[in-house]
Design a protein around this ligand. Structure first.
Ligand code: UD1
Length: 421
């Protein structure tokens, strides 16, 4: 089925005001859901966001033989019987995170067949680090007719040094290694909070993993895993998006269900730009008065500035006083939102991985198109401050990662409406 071609109609000019609850993290939920395949038990996951990517992951688990029950913000996965080790190409193409199935199925079944995963159009996203890691654990990997086949009678613990701290490769290798014979050490591992969340879930199932959150993760293989219940961490990118939205509209917003520490890079930049950010328990209060000022930003692996906040930050700086420079270090082609922001009057020039943004007094509403998830939400944020009306097309990209975005924004006083085709 083709995704819907809904649009958002936004009338700019309203400062956001009020309280918004942040959902569970998409990027923590997806690997945790994949990890349920490792155990013949029943896993319960709470604070599951209602997103297109999460629904696709449920489809994948079901096709593999798992039984899923779900309700508002929870799901229960019974993976006692896995009946297939092959994910249909259609589902692989629709979602990049389907690649996590590889580590989990290899660990549990000793075999997996997948086609190359799809996902956001933000530049080349190879999976060589995933494959090298799995090969190092003893998997035989072959590629035929567009499919990747990985097989291993029994994986063996290994010492793996990642060339780059890839989040997905770290998570995939962790999943494969929990049931391997012996000890696996992942060096130069990704330190993202979602990796820590996966470690916590796997350990509740009976795995023996230490070190997630640092650059060295040690996994002692165990022979079997059991049932577990887990609450996924709050979505730091959804939180960051609302923090930026509050600041750039000159608003005053309380965000609930936030781990402030996970948002430190965004907090630091917002303060530097002249906004106020105050963590209060599991809430964060963000407000701003008047025009923000230009700041420079470099995206880096955690705890550096998140690449998933780069487009939203660019939308914010498009209206800040002065000239800002953003350097995108993680993905090669993550500036697709620039042409669309220019249609709204932004003055941005691109030189390789650098974007130079000369802040304009006011953006102007225009018809624009989302090219991927974060690029799409950046255009919505730009629409919130633009003069007149903005129509953002192709918002199915935004639906992959934001639960009820228009309702949350409307509850904060924004004028945002979904136009259904
Ligand atoms: C995850 C996040 C995504 C975020 C990204 C970086 C999920 C589901 N998605 O994606 O939202 O933007 O982290 O924070 O958690 N690379 C290779 N070879 C590989 C793997 C990655 O060269 O085998 C490169 C990528 O092309 C990219 C960089 O490493 O340039 C970072 O990618 P990675 O950390 O793997 O991102 P994802 O796990 O795909």
């Amino acid at each position: 089925m083709l995704p819907g071609m809904d649009k958002f109609l936004i009338t700019g000019g309203k400062p956001l005001q009020g309280t918004v609850r942040i959902a569970g993290a998409k990027n923590a939920t997806l690997p945790v859901m994949a990890a349920t395949l490792l155990s013949p038990g029943v896993s319960e996951i709470h604070d599951v966001p209602d997103l297109r990517d999460v629904r696709k992951m449920k489809d994948i688990l079901t096709i593999l033989g798992a039984k899923i029950e779900s309700g508002p913000s929870w799901c229960r996965v019974d993976a006692s019987h896995i009946t297939s080790s092959q994910v249909p190409e259609r589902l692989m193409r629709e979602m990049r995170s389907s690649v996590f199935i590889m580590g989990a199925l290899l660990g549990r079944q000793g075999a997996v067949k997948l086609s190359y995963p799809g996902g956001c159009a933000i530049g080349p996203r190879p999976i060589d680090l995933h494959l090298k890691g799995l090969a190092s654990l003893g998997a035989r990997i072959s590629e035929r007719h567009g499919y990747i086949i990985a097989e291993a009678k029994k994986l063996q613990g290994s010492d793996i040094h990642l060339d780059f701290p890839s989040v997905g490769a770290t998570e995939n290798i962790m999943m494969a290694a929990v049931l391997a014979d012996g000890v696996t050490v992942i060096r130069n591992a990704a330190k993202e909070p979602e990796v820590v969340d996966l470690q916590n879930f796997l350990n509740k199932m009976g795995a023996r993993i230490r070190g997630a959150g640092t650059d060295t993760i040690k996994i002692e293989g165990v022979s079997t895993l059991g049932s577990a219940s887990h609450n996924v961490i709050p979505d730091r990118i959804e939180a960051g998006t609302f923090m930026v939205a509050a600041a750039m509209t000159g608003g005053d917003v309380y965000l609930e269900n936030v781990i402030a520490e996970h948002n430190e890079p965004v907090t630091a930049k917002l303060r530097e730009a002249g906004a106020f950010v105050e963590p209060v328990g599991d809430k964060v209060h963000v407000w701003a008065k008047g025009r923000l000022t230009a700041v420079d930003v470099k995206t880096l692996p955690y705890p550096g500035y998140p690449t998933d906040m780069q487009p939203q930050t660019m939308a914010m700086l498009s209206g800040a006083a002065g000239t800002s420079v953003i350097i995108e270090n993680i993905f090669a082609n993550r500036f697709k939102h620039v042409d669309e922001l220019r249609r709204m009057g932004a003055q941005i020039s691109i030189e390789g991985r650098a974007a130079v943004i000369r802040g304009v007094e006011r953006l102007s509403g225009a018809a624009v198109e989302a090219s991927d998830l974060r690029a799409g939400v950046a255009l919505v944020l730009a629409g919130l401050v633009a003069e007149g009306q903005t129509v953002v097309d192709h918002i199915y990209h935004i639906d992959r990662g934001y639960e009820g975005l228009e309702h949350k924004l409307a509850a904060l006083g924004a004028q945002v409406q979904r136009l259904q085709k």
